[in-house]
Structures are given as structure tokens and as C-alpha cells.
Design a protein around this ligand. Structure first.
Ligand code: F6R
Length: 238
């Protein structure tokens, strides 16, 4: 794992966006794996800026998000569909048909997971998967205890994860209890992983990732086995 330490959140976001922009300018049909949450917001802003300056077009880019809450419609302000539109898609020239998130309102959630896996397979391979790091080591919504062999599946969110995400909702009771997430094996099949870690709160999780054992109790530890991981972290997290 290649650890890049930078001064602050802004620098982390810029470095991450340069890596993404590098891929888009080199590859004719790049496939990006995207994350939501607070961590990648700055990176998305940098990507929007590059687009507005005319440096890049996203017309040939295909995206797959890691996850979506179960039970929230695409239009719900707290859905990850809405997050992606608000934070990135509405501000760039990406083709809506080429952006993908699991449908958390699908009648048959298991079938939705199978379909999502198939869509990723049809796209070839995710070139760069962006990840944030959960306080408990989750990646995507793969909570501690998730088998490393998991594919896209429905998860019960842990109380601590719901608590951590309650800041986006009007209270803890509004935070969904389930989500659809890409599985750990699905994530590990990406060509490259770009893990962003920012802030003091993430320091223990980052330390465990760097120095701890490989264990399903700490899902991110599987990244130790991936041949091409870049971790960009600010001073606070390391
Ligand atoms: C988001 C996701 C999560 C977050 C993680 C960190 O799509 O899958 O794994 O990356 O919970 O969230 P933040 O960045 O809000 O600290």
C-alpha cells in the first residue's frame, strides 16, 4: 500500500482528483468506482473545477457507486443518488445513463444485487475505486464480520454506522437500517484503489489498517492484499 501524507483536507482532495483526472485523460472509456460521505466531497469539487475550466470532459466516463440505502427513493434528499447528483453529476457533462448506483427501492433486493454485479462485469473492470474509511474499518457498507468473499449484497447497518451518518438526517430514527453495498471481493477486483482518510477521528482506523492483522473483523484490512492501493491521508489522520 502506497501511503501519501499531505498537509490538509484540501491537499488530499487535490491529489485525489489529479489521480482521477490522469486516468480520464489517458483512458478512452474509464470506469470509476465512487464513494459518498464527507471525505470525497472536496475531491468532487476539484473535479467540477477542472471541468468548468475546460480541462476535462466526463462524457466517456462510466461510474459505479459503492452503495445506497435501502428504502430511500432516488429523489430522497438523503439518498446516495441525490448526493451524487448534488456533489458531482449535476455539475459535469457525464451522461446520466453511464452513472450507476444500486436501487434501494427495488422490489427484489437480492435480484438488484445480482443485476448490479452484472452491470459492473459488463463494464469490464473498475479502473479506480475511490473509498472512504469507516471508523470501524468498514469499506462501502461492509461492516466488521463481512466475509472477504462477499459480492454485492444487502447489509444491516451497525448502530455505530447509523450514528455516524445521523448527521445527514433529522435524527437517528430516520437513518435507514439497511443498505445495498458492493461486496469486498467486488471492491478488490478493481484495478486500483484510492483510499481517502481525513481527520483525527480516523487515526485509530488508519493505524489499524497499516499495522494491524488481516481480519474480517476489520474489513479494510483486506486492502493489504490488493496489489495497487494508494492511500492519501492528511496530518490529522496520521
Ligand atoms: C460511502 C461509503 C462509506 C464511507 C465511510 C466514511 O459510500 O461507502 O464506506 O466511505 O463511512 O464516511 P465519511 O467519509 O463520511 O467519513
Amino acid at each position: 500500500m502506497n501511503l501519501i501524507k499531505v498537509e490538509n483536507y484540501q491537499e488530499m482532495s487535490q491529489r485525489a482528483s489529479s489521480i482521477i483526472l490522469g486516468l480520464i485523460s489517458k483512458k478512452s472509456n474509464p470506469v470509476l468506482g465512487l464513494a459518498t460521505g464527507s471525505t470525497p466531497e472536496g475531491m468532487y469539487q476539484c473535479l467540477i473545477k477542472a471541468y468548468e475550466q475546460g480541462d476535462i470532459s466526463f462524457k466517456n466516463v462510466t461510474t459505479f457507486n459503492l452503495d445506497e440505502y435501502v428504502g430511500l427513493t432516488k429523489e430522497d434528499a438523503n439518498s446516495y443518488h441525490s448526493y451524487m447528483k448534488e456533489k458531482l453529476f449535476n455539475h459535469i457533462d457525464i451522461l446520466p445513463d453511464q452513472t450507476h448506483l444500486p436501487d434501494g427501492t427495488a422490489r427484489d433486493l437480492q435480484l438488484e444485487c445480482v443485476k448490479y454485479e452484472q452491470l459492473i462485469r459488463d463494464a469490464g473492470q473498475v479502473d479506480i475505486q475511490v473509498l472512504g474509511l469507516g471508523l470501524n474499518g468498514h469499506i462501502g457498507f461492509n461492516e466488521p464480520g463481512t466475509p472477504f468473499s462477499s459480492r454485492t449484497h444487502v447489509v444491516e447497518l451497525m448502530a455505530s454506522t447509523r450514528q455516524a451518518n445521523a448527521r445527514f438526517f433529522n435524527g437517528l430514527n430516520e437513518v435507514p437500517t439497511q443498505a445495498i453495498t458492493m461486496g469486498i471481493e467486488t471492491i478488490m477486483e478493481s484495478e486500483r484503489i484510492l483510499l481517502l482518510v481525513s481527520g483525527e477521528k480516523k487515526a485509530p482506523a488508519l493505524a489499524r489498517l497499516m499495522k494491524g492483522d488481516l481480519s474480517e473483523d476489520f474489513p479494510a484490512s483486506i486492502l493489504q492484499r490488493h496489489p495497487n492501493v494508494v492511500i492519501i491521508t492528511d496530518q490529522h489522520a496520521c
